[in-house]
Design a protein around this ligand. Structure first.
Ligand code: GLY
Ligand code: MN
Ligand code: MN
Length: 478
């Protein structure tokens, strides 16, 4: 369960001069029975059961293996906070490290799902305290029986899994890359091609969100809006605010209301906003700057919002900032309007990018070329840089492994949730744009649920238009 080296463990025990037989015996006894006997299933248990049934129907007669993964070493004996694989979470609702879900084919059809988990630490062997990541150090785990009640599926000791897999006969599909032990145990029994199909199927199942997922994303968006309000609360109007302070303020909201942030927050002051992946966050705002904040709360169930607002730190856009902002706002509005069931996935992207191209043309940035020509040649991309959106869910870029024909070349359906996030980014050293534009970056990003008759903006708690942003900031600052 840990990557810690034996050398490190030995050194730690060595600090106390080793472990005496008396201490070993003493540590085995005197512990109360803490088993919890009547537990209610987790809220999403009925949903995870249905998701497993949908997966089972796609792969009749095959053994399916979906690991949660293991902690990754940050340095020496410290790990990054553990985050289980989205696929495992989707199918179980569980977040245990080192766990593996196995769907065993039944002779009569369908599958029997079994979660393989670490049981409670054995007191007799001393693992609970002699292992630096035993329960005494890292906290109590659920027992297998407790997990059976919570997750609503049979649970087995994961330490017996490798042996069982070695004996497995018949076709097997593995979600690779999360658990080195499982990958090695099945290396001779699976093929890369079949596993890629399996990974795609697991992504495609997640394209349409169920009721539980939509409610959770709604919660993540609401908490995210509160995080943006917290940030406005610390933004100096005539004094600098550190990007790190902005990052930390948002993160506090994410930790209080959710699990974490769903991705590294972009806290980009002034010209940093033109760097799309600005996560260094080592600068500071200056009076008169825009702040581009792209941040999302990941809920306790691990669904993440993905929201961007571009805010004038002193509360008012300058005329040139507003000109750029209004162009992005018009593009985003056109993009959102194109999100509806039956539309091609790419429609919202084209709608938004077309509006941006029209504005860029009106500012004379394509020389003598027409809007049509500039659009055809993709010349707008010098300043729009990125695509207009993506699915969200358990991953910020959700369902990324789905087949092209079902995702980017597919059709929108009710229950899909995607971002609409056009932007304009004028680099400080771009000599092809008027000087007053240089160093301005604007993105507006919302999380849009496709409904039966159109869409719903899940992040609508935050204002979008320039006027509404200014009024909102003024209100928050009292
Ligand atoms: N925050 C990542 C994205 O907008 O795609
Ligand atoms: Mn996004
Ligand atoms: Mn984003």
């Amino acid at each position: 369960m840990t990557d810690e080296t034996d050398e490190n463990k030995t050194r730690k025990n060595g600090l106390y001069g080793g472990v005496s037989t008396e201490l070993t015996e003493n540590m085995k006894e005197g512990w109360a029975d803490t088993e919890r006997r009547h537990l209610e299933p987790i809220e999403q248990a009925a949903h995870t059961a249905r998701r497993r049934t949908a997966l089972s129907a796609l792969f009749p007669g095959e053994l399916l293996v979906i690991p949660a993964g293991n902690p990754k070493v940050r340095s020496n004996d410290t790990n990054y906070p553990f985050r289980p694989s989205s696929e495992y979470v989707y199918l179980t609702g569980d977040q245990s490290q080192g766990a593996v879900l196995v769907l065993e084919p039944r002779a009569a059809g369908g599958h029997r799902a079994v979660a393989h988990l670490l049981p409670r630490s054995d007191r007799e062997s001393g693992e609970f305290w002699l292992d630096y990541h035993g329960e005494l150090w890292d906290g109590r785990r659920n027992s297998l029986t407790e997990n059976e009640q919570l997750l609503g599926l049979p649970c087995r000791d994961v330490r017996t899994l490798t042996e069982r897999l070695a004996e497995a006969r018949g076709p097997i599909r593995l979600l690779r890359g999360y658990d080195a032990g499982t990958d090695a145990a099945l290396a001779d029994k699976v093929t890369a091609e079949r596993d890629i199909e399996f990974r795609a199927a697991l992504a495609e199942l997640r394209l349409i969100k169920d009721e539980f997922e939509i409610a959770d994303l709604r919660h993540a968006c609401r908490a995210t809006a509160r995080g943006f309000e917290d940030v406005v609360g610390i933004l100096g109007t005539d004094t600098p605010t550190l990007e790190r302070a902005i990052e930390g303020t948002f993160w506090m909201r994410a930790r209080i209301e959710g699990n974490d942030v769903g991705y590294a927050s972009v806290c980009a002051a002034g010209p940093h906003a033109t760097t799309l992946h600005w996560v260094r966050n080592d600068g500071a705002t200056r009076p008169g700057d825009l702040l581009l904040l792209d941040a999302g709360v990941e809920s306790r169930n691990l669904y993440t919002a993905d929201v961007t607002r571009t805010l004038p730190v002193d509360g008012r856009f300058t005329p040139v900032q507003r000109r750029v902002y209004d162009a992005v706002y018009a593009a985003q509005s056109a993009g959102i309007a194109a999100v509806k069931p039956g539309a091609k996935y790419r429609d919202f992207h084209h709608a938004a990018q077309r509006v941006l191209t029209e504005h860029l043309a009106s500012w004379g940035l394509f020389g003598g070329r027409s809007v049509d020509e500039a659009y055809e040649l993709g010349l707008f991309r010098r300043w729009t840089l990125a695509g207009t959106g993506h699915m969200i869910g358990l991953d910020v870029h959700d369902c990324a492994k789905a087949r092209t024909e079902l995702y980017v070349e597919g059709t929108l359906e009710a229950g899909m949730v995607l971002t609409v996030e056009p932007g304009l980014y004028f680099q400080s050293d771009d000599l092809t744009v008027p000087e007053e534009f240089r160093g301005i970056g604007v993105r507006i990003e919302d999380d849009i649920l496709v409904t039966e008759d159109g869409n719903e903006n899940l992040s609508a708690d935050l204002p979008r238009s320039a006027d509404d942003v200014e009024a909102w900031m003024a209100r928050l600052r009292g």
